[in-house]
Design a protein around this ligand. Structure first.
Ligand code: GDP
Ligand code: MG
Length: 311
């Protein structure tokens, strides 16, 4: 049976139980990603590889976070709204989590507005059902209240803390995700997030320091990533499409590459909280976007871009 895969975003107001759910789903170990570059729209919070079982296809679920969506305050300008929406559009499925003990509030309405604009399917998770005790009949009126806000594809009562209802949740998620590629190699999942964040940071620096067609013709591949207690050794290649672009990336006497490397290193050091030894190379690989084997090795967002033709 083919693999179902996709990007799933968990949204909800503060204290709804997002972190608890995330940890219940992927375990502490994977829910690691911490500081992130400000311009990064989405970040990976965990990758779940779900083996095939009776009535459920094998799946890879990439849980991602859209910064900004959790804090609807007045400073949230139009640009920000657009960015959040675009972030949501990159997802295949949204899980909106609410505290079953709370009535729908302004924040929920805000979230629903965002979600409607993104036109991505949304599943409502009524969390903390353990607090209802035996009064399970109370669920129906609560569900009705939320359904007035939006036509949720499914409504699933869960207890993230007690890990209740998660099996049904996974059934629904796997069923709703499209058939797709394995975005992350199965055996490497644990160190992927930091590793991929490192390539994101380098790419971000390329975006900041170069102009015109160079950023879009560029992708970064981390070839070596050894995380020690005090030192992280990273070797990465910046791929571009033409010799002229390579010349720009290197700069006069290698100045540009040095600048990119230094700035990226400082950012990665913040993320890993270690010293970083970063080796950067520039290589030309014409038409890398069209090469499936190459694209397979890329960070998830570049893969997504290459797959969907978006950027
Ligand atoms: P977040 O702000 O959305 O990330 O929410 P958290 O995951 O930090 O949870 C907020 C609070 O709700 C914490 O004290 C959790 O222990 C609690 N909580 C989360 N899920 C459940 C649940 O299923 N049942 C109960 N009773 N408490 C929960
Ligand atoms: Mg949280």
């Amino acid at each position: 049976m083919p693999l179902h895969s996709g990007f799933v975003c968990i949204l909800g107001r503060p204290n709804a139980g997002k972190s608890t759910l995330l940890n219940a789903l992927v375990g502490e170990k994977l829910a690691i990603i911490s500081p992130k570059p400000q311009t990064t729209r989405n970040r990976i919070q965990g990758v779940m590889n779900i083996p095939k079982q009776k009535g459920r296809a094998a799946a890879q679920i990439v849980l991602i976070d859209t910064p900004g969506v959790h804090k609807p305050d007045s400073s949230l300008g139009r640009k920000m709204m657009t960015e959040v929406r675009e972030g949501l559009e990159g997802c295949d499925l949204l899980l909106m989590i609410v505290d079953v003990k709370q009535r729908p509030g302004v924040e929920d309405k805000f979230l629903v507005e965002m979600v409607k604009k993104a036109a991505t399917p949304v599943v409502l998770l009524l969390n903390k059902v353990d607090l209802l005790g035996k009064e399970k009949d109370k669920l129906l009126p609560i569900i009705a209240q939320y359904q007035q806000l939006h036509e949720f594809r499914e409504v699933i009562p869960i207890s993230a803390r007690k890990k209740d209802g998660l099996d049904r949740l996974l059934d629904v998620v796997v069923r709703m995700l499209p058939q797709g590629p394995r975005y992350f190699p199965e055996d490497q999942v644990t160190d992927q997030p930091t590793r991929f964040m490192a390539s994101e940071i380098i790419r971000e620096q390329v975006l900041l320091d170069t102009r015109e067609e160079v950023p879009h013709a560029t992708t970064v591949m981390v070839e070596r990533f050894e995380e020690g207690k005090k030192l992280t050794r990273i070797a990465a290649v910046i791929y571009c499409e033409r010799a002229g672009q390579k010349a720009i990336l290197l700069g006069k006497g290698g100045q540009m590459l040095k600048k990119i490397g230094t700035a990226a290193r400082l950012d990665i050091e913040k993320m890993t909280a270690t010293k970083v030894y970063l080796e950067l190379f520039v290589k030309v690989k014409a038409g890398w976007r069209e090469s499936p084997e190459f694209v397979e090795g890329l960070d998830w967002r570049r893969q997504l871009e290459a797959l969907t033709g978006e950027r």
